[in-house]
Design a protein around this ligand. Structure first.
Ligand code: CP
Ligand code: NVA
Length: 308
């Protein structure tokens, strides 16, 4: 049995593979918008395991699999044996004998890695404490749709150096762009945890306004990620000056876009005028989760396909 390809972190795919997936995304999205049926995954089953809440990830994977002709099964830790201490390795053996592809949202990255090592089928990271690769797949596709190539551009990351930030940093190495990161003291990037090859593609700024200066894309995320709720009050105080507001968007490039993986907290990490304003592309960004993940599942299950 050949070992399956997984998407556990952004750098698991090469630049050429990502370019291919984006080309397929364009085609799959166009077909979908034209109401053209495209069922390359007939009879395939996706299992989705959620140990944390989700709206977009569940919806985009479940709808996406149906739209490709397959079916999707939702499991969570509350009402499966996964929450009752069954070893991850055992669960992986069983689940991957009954399905064709698995998506997991969980806590530590090591959990999904253990699952993948024992899986007969491709495993996709639907968010861990460390990474959110499917999000950045959609984000970069969205940037390309709106502004063209991201190579050589500057992305300003304002806020927590969390799973989404780490994934932007990995993507910068793969696509050759720069990230200007500004976090409050004590929340700085941990390059090893981010899985980086080096420090060439990002720069840290104490002042968020400096990070945003001239940026082509300004982005942020919640101050408190899932699993860290106990730190909520402390984080609200620590992050108070790390809000993306209109003044910050003014120092970015004139045609800068604003992104947020959502869900957002208006008045915390982002001002309502920004997320609801003309530079925001957050709804396209959310929709593109669907299209990019359909292309991702097609690639992991069928490899490179030729279409007329
Ligand atoms: N952005 C994102 O992953 O959203 P959900 O938590 O709703 O899946
Ligand atoms: N950083 C956030 C992203 C949610 C989609 C979290 O992990 O909760």
């Amino acid at each position: 049995m050949n070992s399956p390809r997984h998407f556990l972190q952004f750098k698991d795919l090469t630049r050429a593979e990502l370019d291919y997936i984006f080309a397929r995304t364009r085609w799959i999205k166009d077909q979908f918008k034209a109401y053209q049926q495209y069922w390359p995954l007939t009879d395939r089953t996706l299992v989705m395991i959620f140990e944390k809440a989700s709206t977009r990830t569940r919806l985009s994977f479940e709808a996406g699999m149906h739209q490709l002709g397959g079916s999707a099964i939702y499991l969570n830790t509350r009402d499966s044996q996964l929450g009752r201490g069954e070893p991850v390795e055992d669960a992986a053996q069983v689940i991957s004998r009954m399905s064709d592809i698995v998506m997991i949202r969980t806590f530590e990255q090591s959990i999904i890695e253990r699952f993948a090592s024992n899986s007969r089928v491709p495993v996709i990271n639907g968010l861990t404490n460390e990474y959110h690769p499917c999000q950045i797949l959609a984000d970069i596709y969205t940037f390309i749709e709106h502004r063209g190539s991201i190579e050589g551009k500057t992305v300003a990351w304002i806020g927590d150096s969390n799973n989404v930030c780490n994934t932007w940093l990995q993507a910068a190495e793969v696509f050759n762009f720069n990230v200007h990161v500004s976090t409050p003291p004590g929340y700085e990037v941990e390059p090893e945890r981010a899985g980086l090859y080096g420090t060439d593609h990002y720069e840290e700024f104490a002042d968020p306004m400096e990070a945003a200066k001239g940026a082509d894309l300004v982005t942020t995320d919640v101050w408190t990620s899932m699993g860290f709720e106990a730190e909520n009050e402390e984080r609200r105080r620590d992050f108070a000056d790390w809000q993306v507001d209109l003044d910050m968007m003014k120092v970015a490039a004139k045609d800068a876009v604003f992104m947020h993986c959502l869900p957002a907290h208006r008045g915390e990490e982002v001002a309502a005028e920004v997320i609801d304003g003309p530079q925001s592309v957050v709804w396209d960004e959310a929709e593109n989760r669907l299209h990019t993940q359909k292309a991702l599942m097609e690639f992991l299950l069928l490899g490179h396909i030729s279409v007329e």
